[in-house]
Design a protein around this ligand. Structure first.
Ligand code: F6P
Length: 326
């Protein structure tokens, strides 16, 4: 196995709070171990076009607290083609980059997996997505901050819901996963969460909402995960409005506010631990794995598992939500 003298680092896909903390940790940990670092801008797109700059410790000063990613990010169609990946490989060769650290979600790590196999090239992935949908790690970088953003927003909407005695449907992100919706609902005392993992019939929804209004409460908030499976908050609200006109229904779509802001302490610590562990993994000769944390311990998860296997929702949480929303 050849010695790694220089690594490249990039962020790809949707930005997530804590990505900068991860960039800092990878950079500093690499330099600490005598490895040179090059920052690759705009994700795989910059890898193809050669948007690369040497990184010293000062390039990552004062960024641990910043949201977004100083390396910028992109969703790159060209990298999905053999031709695009060939160009990316040529850039790595000409820049003398011996290994890559890729921070991103499902799509980004899928790209990493294909590239690593195609060129027998060492890549370490870090789970960076607010969706928390990568298998093999308890948490992904950005998820906790997004959850806190949702909590603050829903708390505010609760004031209006309760003053006007309204039924709110609030749509949160998550792509095809319900982690943000389910845990967001528990954290804010919502009446229900509609998530893609569990099908919800309109009758069940009615029961949940009526229970909310009948008892001590005068308002109801339902968190809805964005997904073709749930239909999203708009569609659900329309159906409820048509069938139960007695409710004063409103919809809020939280949108990209969920991706922004300064990372929480938990995300900064997670990103710092994972970033340092990415360098340990490379030094140990690990290849083509995502570094995650399970039960507070660093784990290496093969890309094939991290992106292919569905991360299950803890059904106990659903039961907790149901029991506490009476
Ligand atoms: O994967 C992160 C995420 O924010 C998803 O929750 C959401 O479905 C998607 O990205 C939105 O992507 P974009 O910013 O490209 O609209």
């Amino acid at each position: 196995m050849s010695v790694i003298k220089c690594i490249g680092i990039l962020t790809s896909g949707g930005d997530a709070p804590g990505m900068n903390a991860a960039i800092r940790a990878v950079t500093r940990s690499a330099i600490y171990n005598g490895i040179e670092v090059k920052g690759i801008y705009h994700g795989y797109r910059g890898l193809i076009s050669g948007e690369i700059k040497p990184f010293k410790t000062e390039n990552v000063s004062n960024i641990i607290q910043q949201g977004g990613t100083i390396l910028k990010t992109a969703r790159c169609k060209e990298f999905q083609t053999t031709e695009g990946r060939k160009l990316a490989y040529e850039t790595l060769r000409s820049e003398g980059i011996d290994a890559l650290v890729v921070i991103g979600g499902d799509g980004s790590l899928t790209g990493a997996r294909v590239f690593a196999q195609e060129f027998d090239y060492p890549i370490i992935g870090l789970p960076g997505t607010i969706d928390n949908d990568l298998y093999g790690t308890d948490l992904t970088i950005g998820y906790d901050t997004a959850l806190n953003t949702i909590m603050e927003a829903v708390d505010k909407i609760r004031d209006t819901a309760s003053s006007h005695e309204r039924l709110f449907f609030i749509e949160v992100m998550g792509r095809d996963a319900g982690f943000l919706a389910l845990n967001g609902a528990i954290a804010t005392g919502c009446e229900a969460a509609i998530i893609p993992e569990i099908s919800t019939e309109i009758d069940q929804l009615k029961e949940l909402v009526e229970n909310g209004f009948r008892k001590s409460k005068n308002s109801s908030i339902v968190l809805v995960a964005e997904s073709p499976t749930t239909g999203g908050a708009m569609q659900l609200a329309e159906r409820v409005k048509n069938e139960y006109p007695q409710y004063d229904v409103r919809v809020t779509i939280l949108g990209h506010i969920q991706r922004g802001g300064s990372p929480s302490a938990q995300d900064r610590i997670l990103a710092s631990r994972l970033g340092a562990a990415a360098i340990d993994a490379l030094l140990e000769g690990q290849r083509n794995v995502m570094v995650g944390i399970r039960n507070d311990e660093i784990v290496y998860v093969p890309f094939s598992k991290a992106v292919k296997q569905d991360k299950p929702i803890n059904r106990e949480l659903l039961d907790t939500l149901r029991r506490l929303s009476i």
